[in-house]
Design a protein around this ligand. Structure first.
Ligand SMILES: Cc1cc2nc3c(=O)[nH]c(=O)nc-3n(C[C@H](O)[C@H](O)[C@H](O)COP(=O)(O)OP(=O)(O)OC[C@H]3O[C@@H](n4cnc5c(N)ncnc54)[C@H](O)[C@@H]3O)c2cc1C
Length: 335
């Protein structure tokens, strides 16, 4: 087996986030000689965390400038670590930071990059990468002859490596931080309450039905908001939305105020990974349900027994009024 470099950037406190430990597990499963390359302002806590992973060398580019997510310094640090390790296969977690910098790294090293890998394995004696195409409609397995081969592994696909920490020896790779870009801060959309929780056991999806006229001929949006937020607070579920619903929110209409486009699930939205999913007041159209590809067990509540979920897209469809169901669920959770 060819040599492997696990490439990880550290968090502000010097630790490693879970996606990095998942990528480490994937690298170890391949079985070749392993090197670990760390980038960050602080790297010792991360190195200690992975000291028991059996890496031949732990290399690091460190310094304040490398703590900030910035293409110029990230790509340069990754390049220095790849050259120092000489590894043929480079595995990294699909963080926003690496997703931005590593395609450029492949160009610098005259290698190749594959993003959104969901599995790595040895097939016919060579590494093979699994990924999905056409918004998760087709699964492909591919090998490549070009090296170095840089692979970005999506989060949530492999159980994280969990060996015991120890004190690690780190080899510093010296690199001057050359950049014209200064990071002055981060701005994120104002979503009020944090409702997207990638680690939650349950994905709760709200569809446009929550804002539609109900059997009494009136809309009940304030009650919908309260039912959904009470459920999220009690269950710690992650909140997803259908496109129709998040588009309404974007137009500033009197709809669920905590819903943004970041919550959208589907072909033009996200494809999250949760063990279970519960869809409410959402029709289950194909462009929406395709975003449920990686949800383990799917249930839906819809008044319409003929909705999309009834056509093989959900494991269980409750033909019921979601207002009544969620009122009861919240009462049970409150007990
Ligand atoms: C190119 C393209 C890309 C797209 N990408 C996406 C995407 O990424 N994500 C996405 O979601 N959509 C996407 N769509 C849109 C998609 O086709 C649907 O239009 C959308 O998902 C519908 O949203 P909805 O089910 O919330 O709303 P609706 O279709 O309006 O359905 C509302 C549902 O709520 C039910 N309902 C109402 N009241 C209650 C109640 N009290 N209890 C229970 N059920 C109730 C109704 O029976 C109905 O089924 C895309 C479309 C196109 C053309």
């Amino acid at each position: 087996m060819e040599s492997i470099l696990l490439l990880a950037h550290t968090e502000p406190d010097g630790s490693l986030a879970r996606p990095a430990l998942e990528a480490l597990a994937a690298a170890k499963n391949l079985g070749g000689p392993l090197h670990i390359g760390l980038v960050g302002a602080q790297v010792q806590p991360a190195a200690d965390r992975v000291a028991g992973a059996g890496a031949a060398r732990i290399l690091a580019v460190r310094g304040e400038a490398f703590g900030q997510p910035r293409y110029a310094t990230d790509a340069a640090a990754a390049e220095a670590l790849c050259r120092a390790s000489g590894a043929a296969i480079v595995i990294a977690p699909s963080t926003s930071r690496w997703s931005r910098a590593l395609p450029g790294l492949a160009f610098r090293l005259d290698g190749r990059v594959d993003t959104h890998a969901t599995a790595l394995a040895i097939e016919n004696g060579v590494p093979a990468v699994t990924r999905w195409f056409y918004r998760q409609r087709m699964e492909g397995v591919l090998t490549r002859s070009q090296r170095p081969w840089i692979i970005l592994l999506d989060a949530g696909c492999v159980p994280a490596w969990s060996g015991a920490p120890a004190t690690a020896a780190v080899e510093t790779v010296e690199l001057a931080a050359e950049t014209r870009t200064t990071v002055t801060g981060t701005r994120s959309p104002e979503a009020g309450e944090q409702t997207i929780r990638p680690d939650a056991k349950l994905l709760f999806v709200a569809g446009a039905g929550w804002t539609k006229k109900q059997s009494d001929g009136a809309t009940h949006t304030p009650e919908a908001e309260k039912l959904i937020l009470d459920f999220l607070r009690a269950s710690r579920a992650s909140l997803g939305g259908s496109k129709s619903l998040v588009d309404l929110s974007g137009e500033g209409e009197a709809v669920l105020r905590f819903m943004t486009h970041l919550n959208q699930i589907g072909q033009t939205g996200a494809t999250p990974r949760h063990p279970k999913g519960l869809s409410t007041c959402c029709h289950g159209e194909e462009p929406h349900a395709v975003g449920w590809r990686f949800i383990g067990e799917r249930r839906a509540v819809n008044l319409d027994a003929n909705c999309g979920w009834a056509r093989g897209k959900a494991d269980v469809l409750y033909v019921a009024d979601a207002f009544a169901v969620m009122r009861e669920v919240n009462a049970l959770l409150g007990r």
